[in-house]
Design a protein around this ligand. Structure first.
Ligand code: SF4
Length: 731
């Protein structure tokens, strides 16, 4: 109960239940969250919530919170202190490390982390010495990231929820947004009303989204690729493709034409159940009534061929010229509010933060950002002995090898060590914020949990990982506070980043991720090195880093995808001035306060900012409103560089003298000078490059070069024939 005579404070955070990113206004009295409203000024939700969003206060004040640290003793949960829990966990982890190696601890993170929490957890894995770190995207949209990134570069949604209202034709395939992303439907339905848009829903089930469709098409589950190839068959057969767009911007469509020749209407009907006339009508509408956009969700991705499904959707968009401008694009509806951010920050067995991969260049880059020697990590990682017919690996080589995915960790607990690509079995699992509900093969996962030497579940609520096992000891529950009890940023599907304020102090004995990761690192002996760059403050139980200082470190290191301009100050100014952004374009209105002028809401990445070089964020990726020569998007599988008609690099080749890290071609300042390109740069552009490069030895990711929409580096790249397209990863 609270004293009603006390003033009410207003705090802003965001709903956690899906990736739309609806803002929540919390009314706080006497430190208690007493009331909740949707944010009326937010350009994302415009004063609306769905039923899920309306209940987020319950996450904090609901009666199912874990109240204090607990430990299983003889099969019973017992209350213990934080100190006892962390001391015992650290001691056990140390023993496991000693006997079995660092890879024997599996680190399962979460899209419930803030960006700063996700980044810190990935950094914790690096300092502990393993790439065994993953999160929920493994089983939801990791196939999207792989499919989109390998088609045109960035593993993310190209447009935004708001922009969908500009589409004349919308296809949903594998998405039931009316239930999973309800607030997004206001944009789509407004488009349907104001633009008379076609809303086509392809789904095996007649969903609530299908109830809003102008055309509903039922199909056999798992036949997406045949359907898309069938649509392309009709498009090519009738000449409905965008020939000018293809000629100017897209490489490789001829091979697609060859493949889809086999997908005649009869063949496709036989596979999918969709008759030829219906599919022809859908294909014609999508190709001719433009701009058209394609929306997908986990109905498309959760397949053994999920990445190929995603590639097929993207190819359809390219064939019809529907990428890179308003009302078009791949609108990819993700799950939790921060699946995009947790993926961006490397909660993934194959990446360091911001998709740098695991190559030596990536480790050297992050060593510099983290201000520790590269060799530090060689000391932390295991060497892997020869076994099962494989060669032995040094610790340095092991640093470059992806860890075990979250869909297979339980196999690595019990399988014969001859078959494991690491020194020993997995012996311990530390789970932050990840429920087990969605884990495939749950019975195997339960057996895996039972066989572990140590299980730690850190969460605001008791999850299936806390409950679905028969363990009797060496099992710990740590009470973590919700996102409403600490500050931090989150990245919605449209790449916009929003700063969430702390609404109330952590309740019961719960504490935030930053503090708990710090306390554990302290006991494991690497906190001093890992937390050196941060501003530390006194927290509830000990010192903790501020999320602002973690974000500043992210800003310094994230040149690969452009998280450099989203400083805490700019993000806070956006949240405080939501009503000054346009509801459709997401751009600050002309009379907006100075600190947000020119910006897109949430500074959607890439946002190449520095103190001197302010970037507005990128509302729509790959601007194809512009010709390629003026910086417009183009989509090719590899790099091809020409200057004055002379081929400097053939497509599919790599820059001479560059290092190839994980298939990434890397530029250096030295190479740019050698090519004579540096002489054309303006002082402002050079300042940016120097900030990226800091001299010859620092590699510059080609993505940063080729896709910068700020006009500076982009201009130089285009003038020299460096065309923006895929990230150069060869998969
Ligand atoms: Fe929350 Fe998504 Fe509903 Fe918005 S649409 S209130 S973000 S669940």
């Amino acid at each position: 109960f609270t004293d009603n005579s006390q003033p009410i404070e207003i705090k802003k955070n965001m709903c956690t239940h899906c990736s739309v990113g609806c803002s929540v206004i919390a009314e706080v009295q006497n430190g208690v969250w007493v009331g909740q409203e949707p944010a009326y000024g937010s350009p994302i939700n415009r004063g609306t919530h769905c039923a899920k969003g309306a209940s987020v206060r319950e996450l904090v004040h609901g009666d199912r919170r874990i109240k204090y640290p607990m430990k299983k003793v003889g099969g019973e949960w017992q209350r213990i202190s934080w100190d006892q829990a962390l001391d015992e966990i650290a001691e056990k982890m140390g023993e496991i490390r000693e006997n079995s190696g660092a890879d024997s601890v599996y680190l399962l993170g979460s899209a419930k982390f803030s960006n700063e929490g996700a980044y810190l957890f990935r950094k914790f894995a690096a300092f502990w010495g393993t790439n065994n770190v993953d999160h929920q995207a493994r089983i939801c949209h990791s196939t999207t990231v792989a499919g989109v990134a390998n088609t045109w570069g960035y593993g993310a949604q190209t447009n935004s929820y708001n922009d969908i209202r500009n589409a004349k034709t919308v296809i949903f395939m594998g998405s039931n947004a009316a239930e999973a992303h309800p607030v997004s439907m206001q944009h789509i339905l407004e488009g349907k009303e104001t633009q008379n848009a076609n809303v086509i829903v392809l789904d095996p089930r007649f969903t609530r989204t299908a109830a809003h469709a102008t055309e509903y098409v039922r199909f056999r589950p798992g036949t997406d690729i045949a359907i898309i190839n069938g649509m392309l068959w009709h498009i090519f057969e009738n000449g409905w493709e965008d020939t000018e767009y293809l000629a100017q911007r897209v490489y490789g469509m001829d091979q697609v034409r060859e493949v889809v020749k086999d997908y005649t209407p009869d063949v496709v009907e036989n596979i999918s159940g969709i008759d030829g006339d219906t599919l022809k009508r859908v294909a014609e509408t999508f190709a001719k009534e433009r701009p058209s956009t394609f929306i997908w969700c986990m109905g498309g991705t959760q397949h053994t061929v999920g990445t190929a499904n995603v590639r097929a959707y993207n190819i359809l968009l390219l064939a019809t010229g529907n990428v890179g401008h308003e009302g078009t694009g791949a609108n990819i509806f993700r799950g939790h509010c921060n699946v995009q951010g947790a993926t961006d920050f490397g909660l993934d067995v194959g990446n360091l933060p911001c998709y740098y991969g695991l190559g030596e260049g990536a480790w050297r880059h992050w060593s510099r950002v983290w201000d520790v020697p590269y060799d530090y990590f060689i000391d932390r990682f295991d060497a892997v002995p020869a076994k099962g017919g494989r060669d032995a690996r040094t610790a340095e080589q092991n640093m470059g090898i992806p860890g075990i995915t979250s869909t297979r960790w339980f196999d690595a607990v019990t399988i014969d060590t001859e078959e494991i690509d690491q020194r020993d079995n997995i012996k311990a699992m530390v789970v932050f914020g990840h429920g087990g509900n969605t884990v495939p093969r749950m019975q195997d996962a339960r057996r895996g949990m039972d066989a572990l030497d140590l299980l730690v579940v850190a969460d605001p609520h008791p999850t299936t990982f806390a409950a679905l096992h028969s363990r009797t000891d060496n099992t710990y529950l740590l009470p973590i506070c919700t996102q409403f009890e600490c500050a931090g940023s989150r990245t919605s599907s449209n790449r916009s980043i929003q700063w969430g304020e702390k609404v109330v102090d952590p309740i019961f004995e719960s504490d935030n991720d930053y503090a708990v990761i710090h306390a554990l690192s302290e006991r494991l002996g690497f906190a001093e090195e890992m937390f050196k760059p941060y501003e530390m403050v006194q927290g509830k139980f000990g010192m903790e880093p501020t999320p602002e200082s973690i974000l500043r470190e992210i800003n310094r290191g994230s040149w690969s995808i452009g998280y450099t301009g989203q400083s805490p100050e700019r993000l806070k100014a956006h949240m405080a001035n939501q009503e000054h952004f346009d509801l459709i374009t997401l751009r600050a209105k002309p009379d907006a306060p100075e600190e947000i002028q020119g910006d897109y809401y949430g500074l959607p990445w890439p946002c190449w900012g520095t103190a001197e070089f302010r970037h507005p964020g990128s509302h729509i990726l790959y601007n194809t409103n512009l010709p390629v020569k003026e910086g417009g998007g183009a989509f090719r599988p590899r790099f091809g560089l020409e200057r004055d008609g002379e081929t400097l690099l053939a497509e599919g080749s790599w820059p001479v003298g560059s290092e190839i890290e994980d298939g990434y071609p890397q530029f250096t300042m030295g190479m740019l000078k050698e090519l004579g390109w540096d002489s054309d740069l303006t002082a402002e552009e050079l300042a940016v490059i120097e900030q990226i490069g800091e001299g010859d030895e620092e590699r510059i990711d080609a993505v940063s070069w080729s896709l910068d929409l700020s006009g500076g580096i982009q201009r130089v790249a285009i003038e020299h024939g460096c065309v923006p397209y895929g990230n150069g990863k060869a998969r």
